[in-house]
Design a binder for this molecule. Sequence first.
Ligand code: GAP
Length: 487
Amino acid sequence: MTKKAEHKIIDILTSLSKRRGFVFQSSEIYGGLASTWDYGPLGVELKRNIKNLWWKSVVSSHDNVVGMDSAILMHPKVWEASGHVENFHDPLIDNKETKKRYRVDHLIQQQEQSVIDALFNKFDLKIKENFSESDLQIVISNLLDNHSSGQIMEECGVIDPNSGQVGSWTNLRQFNLMFKTHMGPIKESGSEIYMRPETAQGIFVNFLNAQSTARQKIPFGIAQIGKAFRNEITTGNFIFRTREFEQMEMEFFCDPNDTKKWLEYWSNKRLEWFSNLGIKNSNLRLRPHGKDELAHYSSACYDVEYKFDFGWSELEGIADRGTFDLEQHIKHSGKKLTYFDTVNNKHFVPAVVETSAGVDRALLTILADAYSEEEVNNEKRSVLKLSPKIAPITVAIFPLMNKLGMPEIAQKIDNDLKNKLNTFYDAGGSIGKRYRRQDEAGTPLGITVDHDTLEDSSVTIRNRDTMQQTRVPLENILNYINDFLDN
Ligand code: GAP
């Protein structure tokens, strides 16, 4: 676990995203709304490509996985049944003097080793050099059980990162992360509902509808992509942790004796998916959860993690949820959410292996991994080396000059390619500047119509990564691009 965050890549990506139109701060003209973000012209294309590739990999390429799209607003009893009303908490703490509020796990992660050692000592825990996520959870649960937790934090010298001084801490308390709103015009207690904190429950409550209409037999999965909302105490790192985000989730219903097998299968499949997006394998890992880290519904879990410069961080969780969710909904709704096994002629409650990824986090990871800086002719070149599979623009088309018939030829190339690929026509500024803009947008290929085109009916195609330029006859452009995309 990294204790001190550097956030360098995050700062670089935040400004590149604004400059190039990937991500903007939400409601910017009113000063912005904390940790909410809007996706711009390039961001929305990149996001769509990520979601399409996920859908292809999880749904379309499996005969036994079907899709759905459930409502964000659900019956409040769903969240009682799921355990979110009772258990979906983060521990928080306030500094009485500075009035700053922190998520306790994040606060402790930012402390010097001596402070962490003091906390371990306080609860007679074994001090380790590199304390893990599960060690952290043990310290926090000890603090939560103690009536003088604030005083202990003070005695151990826990610093408020905002003031740089030991904080005057309140006791720890749990904070429910669900956003509440009201249904209908009158705010009365019965009208209170929640914005969904995960898309998964929309799948569980539709288990029988989807299974019976798609005539699926166990094992089979139901998948969906959609928005989720969490009133996170500490947000930050750009789009890594926000209060509104998008999830790509799949619930795989199987025989309760087979969850181990399916947990392994889906964990490896999901890790492979991130790697196929072009993310470097050395920056990816699959980490099994320690017992203390498991969510209230889960008996085993793997995280796909990425090595950001602020430490290894979760991109996706793959969890054995057992029969917890369906059993809970059976109990709370009184409905029979069982599966009929025609071979053995019996009804049973299937177990579930879940894969749960964040779209925004995947997008941030892709940008972070693709970003590179190089020196070219004594100038810095920043480039997003995005896989052509996900790049928002596949080919940019440039007339070298806005005269001599070059724009007309370039526009014809653009029109011919438009229906098959994402293209971008750019006639503004020097050709060098136009290349640099597309390097930062992650566009893998650039086609330039120049003086030679007028003579020999060929164009220059520039490769973003190697910057090599190849002459290609006009009639071969599409073949050249297709060959490039196939390799
Ligand atoms: N249904 C299980 C579930 O929701 P989770 O680990 O809480 O599990 C799954 O969330 C994924 O959703 C995370 O791995 C992350 O990619 C994304 N996610 C969760 N909270 C997020 C937040 N506040 N901002 C952005 N992404 C988030």
